[in-house]
Design a protein around this ligand. Structure first.
Ligand code: CA
Length: 404
């Protein structure tokens, strides 16, 4: 595709629209506007044209402007709450200080598209050197009600600082990584962190490139408020009926909810079983007042599940050594005595919860700092104001899929 062909044939430069669905209503809430070039009744993507830095910026800006104008013109026919997600390369945006775009959008405000319905998907390259200007410009746009989405986050967490600086309304997460045979290591954990971060800063997650039901479930499970991808709807030259997938999405969601609830119920049952078993053991050994001896006895019974045990007071100071299983032998690690764990996430919350509810807690799945394995911890309040921690081995979790 020759750049000059395109720039001299703007008539055949047109917008495509890819529907974006919401998690709360299962209907179309907006469209990402994409560029296409019509040639011999075929539509070619203009993605390559826009990212080609050998093409003069003026050309790219002109083509981009043509697409946006056509999209806005067509958008006038849409419901007053339909949003338009428009792609902007940070460099091109800064080329004229962002003035042209704003002018165009304000022009369409007059015609009936409120700037609050515009989401700018800003694509920032990792080592953008004019980040300060960009942040300034985006903040200026925000004062008009325009929303900002951070696009093309590379799923490596490498742009976390950008999220902080730009404070976007929406973070787009690309699920393409889930499709490949070699899933990016830690992808799951990064998505999870993004969902937590988004929650803290009041941003919403939009999962894109959803191409299978599995990816859709993943998006739902990881806090996705918006969904986009071929599995739901392909980009096309026209808009779609808003409720086109309402039934399908509701049904699938129903299935996700059902299986997630089943998993959570299994987790509760497993926690209850631990509760019962540990209570009985402590009752059995109630006369043992030395923690070392108590742990030796517990280790005999909990050997199939546990690989580490210790006791802390309610401030998180360890009041027993570690009992650690290495190659099927329990060993005592005295150096852990008096160490403090109050700095660990959820530690004190869990202590207070156990104290008040007089019940044990099964933790979430996390990676153990020392063994590097995925584990869970069952913690349990002893009636002395001390708390017993039992780290469950990966092998045990593996036997119970609900635990993974
Ligand atoms: Ca995009």
């Amino acid at each position: 595709m020759d750049a000059l062909d395109i720039i001299t044939d703007l008539e055949n430069v047109i917008p495509f629209f890819q529907p974006i669905f919401s998690a709360d209503e299962h209907r179309v809430i907006g469209y990402e506007v994409l560029g296409r070039y019509k040639k011999n009744d075929q539509y070619e993507s203009l993605g390559g044209f826009f990212s080609d830095t050998n093409i003069p910026e003026e050309f790219r800006i002109e083509v981009d402007r043509t697409i946006l104008k056509k999209a806005m013109e067509m958008g006038l026919s849409q419901d007053k709450d339909i949003c338009f997600f428009i792609n902007k390369d940070a460099d091109l945006l800064l080329h004229d200080g962002g003035e042209q775009l704003l002018e165009l959008l304000l022009d369409y405000r007059q015609k009936g598209i409120d700037p609050g319905r515009i989401v700018i998907e800003v694509n920032v390259r990792s080592h953008h050197n004019d980040i300060e200007h960009l942040v300034h410009l985006l903040n200026y746009y925000k004062t008009y009600g325009i929303r900002i989405a951070l696009d093309n986050l590379e799923n490596d967490g490498g742009k976390l600082d950008l999220i902080g600086q730009i404070s976007p309304h929406i973070i787009k997460v690309n699920l393409q990584a889930l499709r490949s045979v070699n899933i990016v290591p830690g992808f799951q954990e990064i998505t999870y962190s993004l969902s937590m971060l988004a929650r803290k800063i009041g941003a919403s997650l939009l999962f894109e490139n959803i191409e299978t039901v599995y990816q859709f479930q993943y998006a739902w499970k990881n806090g996705g408020r918006y969904y986009q991808g071929f599995y739901l709807s392909k980009p096309s030259a026209d808009f779609v009926e808003r409720d086109i997938l309402k039934e399908k999405l509701r049904e699938e969601c129903h299935f996700f909810i059902h299986s997630e609830k089943k998993k959570l119920e299994t987790l509760y049952k497993i926690a209850d079983k631990f509760q019962e078993e540990v209570s009985e053991l402590l009752q059995k050994y109630r006369k043992v007042d030395e923690y070392d001896e108590l742990l030796v006895n517990l280790a005999k019974h909990l050997d199939p599940y546990a690989f580490r045990m210790y006791i802390c007071d309610e401030d998180g100071f360890q009041t027993s050594p570690n009992f650690f299983k290495r190659e099927n032998q329990w060993e005592i690690q005295k150096e852990y005595l008096h160490k403090n764990w109050s700095w660990r996430p959820y530690f004190l919350e869990n202590i207070i919860r156990m104290r008040n509810e007089k019940k044990g807690i099964l933790s979430d799945l996390y990676n153990d700092l020392e063994t590097g394995e995925n584990i869970r911890t069952f913690s349990f309040p002893l009636n002395t104001g001390h708390y017993l921690f039992i780290d469950l081995s990966y092998n045990f979790l593996y036997e119970h899929q609900a635990l993974l």
